[in-house]
Write a protein that binds this ligand. Structure first.
Ligand SMILES: Nc1ncnc2c1ncn2[C@@H]1O[C@H](COP(=O)(O)OP(=O)(O)OP(=O)(O)O)[C@@H](O)[C@H]1O
Ligand SMILES: CC(C)(CO)[C@@H](O)C(=O)[O-]
Ligand code: BAL
Length: 281
């Protein structure tokens, strides 16, 4: 596996790389990331190249967010990438990616207004800007993203459509701990007591999904079910949002016939955790 840290080296690598499948990350890698890289390896077969990136993107963090203390574990990350089947990892510094006097960025004006985007203003503009830059640098044929960050996946699909990036986007199922908690780099911020309560998020989402499968289609009732479970078993959590939306447009739904998404974000002190389930027949 090759480690590349500069744009110049990356450009040279790309000329010889053939078909590329790309997995962008912010590092602090876990089994969720490993599953994306393994999936990319599967898609690539022996012929194509699997590339990953590790870059904590300052543009997508708000002024009071955790950019400075975001975990940086490069050595362990490289070992995980190699074990999962990556051929190349691009791990640039911030000045390598952003010119100090940069003056152009991407703004998303629709899908980013709800869910996480509502409480993280500018976050998805930062994500779109860095993903566009990474796509221009790595020039992948296909790219793989996790459904844990469902809004991000929907916005990346829109980015590719609206700006004509020749990249096929794949969404991969969320990998969970044995007790249901969605794996996330930010789970390490949880205290023991918070970690014990955090599986309640997926338990509540699963209960609402089970009720929907049993015929409850009204969002109001589904949200009541969710809130009841969370009130009973996640007393340390503070809701940021819990919403039922169309899984493509991310617009709120009153009734869910098909193609719904229940998405939530809950703060446990320093850790803001997100999770979601699809309501698909
Ligand atoms: N549990 C998971 N299962 C599947 N994919 C995941 C999981 N967690 C993250 N991903 C995906 O990995 C990619 C990189 O995400 P990122 O590096 O932000 O990881 P993260 O663990 O979600 O970190 P954070 O806590 O910052 O959200 C994204 O496409 C994201 O959706
Ligand atoms: C897509 C991404 C790598 C852009 O910084 C990041 O938002 C992430 O890790 O999900
Ligand atoms: N996985 C999304 C990256 C972020 O929270 O900034």
């Amino acid at each position: 596996m090759t480690l590349i840290e500069t744009v110049k080296e990356l450009r040279a690598w790309r000329k010889a790389a053939g078909r590329v499948i790309f997995v962008p990350t912010m590092g602090a890698l876990h089994e969720g990331h490993a599953s994306l890289i393994r999936e990319a390896r599967q898609m690539a077969g022996p012929e194509a190249t699997v590339a990953s990136s590790i870059f904590v993107n300052p543009l997508q963090f708000g002024p009071n967010e955790d950019f400075d203390r975001y975990p940086r574990t490069l050595e362990a990350d490289l070992a995980l990438c190699q074990e999962a089947g990556a051929d190349m990892v691009f791990a640039p510094t911030v000045p390598e990616v952003y010119h100090a006097d940069r003056s152009i960025q991407i703004l998303e004006s629709s899908l980013s207004k709800a869910l996480c985007g509502a409480s993280r203003p500018g976050h998805f503009d930062g994500v779109c800007t860095v993903v566009a830059k990474l796509f221009n640098l790595v020039q992948p044929d296909e790219a793989v993203f996790g459904k844990k960050d469902y809004q991000q996946l929907a916005i990346i699909r829109r980015l590719v459509r609206d700006l004509n990036f020749p990249v096929e986007i794949h969404g991969i199922e969320t990998v969970r701990e044995a007790d249901g908690l969605a794996m996330s780099s930010r789970n390490r911020y949880l205290s023991a007591a918070e970690r014990a309560q955090a599986p309640a998020l997926y338990a509540a989402l699963s209960q609402a999904r089970a009720a929907w499968k049993d015929g409850v289609t009204g969002s109001r009732r589904l949200l009541e079910i969710l809130h009841q479970t969370l009130a009973a078993s996640a007393s340390l959590g503070r809701k940021d949002y819990i919403s039922i939306v169309d899984r493509h447009t991310l617009q709120p739904l009153d009734l869910v016939q098909n193609n719904g998404l229940i998405a939530l974000a809950v703060f446990f002190d320093k850790a803001r955790l997100i999770d979601n389930v699809e309501l698909i027949r």
